[in-house]
Design a protein around this ligand. Structure first.
Ligand code: SF4
Ligand code: SF4
Length: 173
């Protein structure tokens, strides 16, 4: 059986180890280098793909679309600082910080909105992703400028038609 420590002995031990708490908020909090805090989204890099929204466990990130815009909304109040969104962002638009202080008397301080213009197919008028996503795809894959403003279906149709035209020299079979 372990020996029971007398209160006087405990005080001696506690005094030796010193104070282990900080007088926060009057003193700087102790934040370790690997502490995960709020995220920051770089609007200039974000393409509005929504990958971070899919990866976010507590839905702190949401994708809200209407006819003209797609908005990535970050609600800091729900964020659990897991940083999964950072791992999945294809363009490195999200960075982690060590900030964790959320207290505010204005709820709007807890929201970040990244607004994107939606892309519309020039041929069939169907709405697709965002315009920045389109440019990202063109940069990464061999889609010619000619098809840039078309949705994937119309792009496929025009491509097949142009190949058929080339085969028959423009004369219908
Ligand atoms: S850090 Fe985690 S909880 Fe916070 S927005 Fe990113 S994925 Fe969501
Ligand atoms: S994953 Fe990155 S690029 Fe895609 S919406 Fe989120 S922040 Fe923007």
């Amino acid at each position: 059986m372990s020996e029971k420590l007398k209160p006087a002995k405990l005080i001696v031990i506690a005094t030796k180890s010193g104070r282990v708490t900080k007088k926060y908020p009057y003193e700087e909090p102790l934040v370790s280098p690997d502490f995960r805090g709020l995220i920051e989204i770089d609007e200039s890099k974000c393409i509005g793909c929504g990958a971070c929204v899919n990866a976010c466990p507590p839905n702190a990130l949401q994708l809200i679309s209407d006819k003209e815009t797609t908005v990535i909304r970050y609600f800091i109040g729900r964020c659990i600082f897991c940083w999964r969104c950072i791992d999945v962002c294809p363009v490195g638009a999200i960075k982690g910080t060590r900030k964790f202080e959320l207290a505010t008397d204005d709820a709007s301080d807890l929201y970040v909105h990244v607004v994107h213009k939606r892309a519309k197919c020039e041929t069939c008028d169907r709405e697709g992703g965002t315009q920045k996503m389109l440019y990202y795809v063109v940069e990464k894959s061999p889609v010619t400028e000619e098809y840039l403003n078309d949705c994937p279906d119309c792009r496929k149709k025009s491509f097949v038609e142009s190949v058929a035209k080339r085969r028959t020299g423009g004369v219908s079979e």
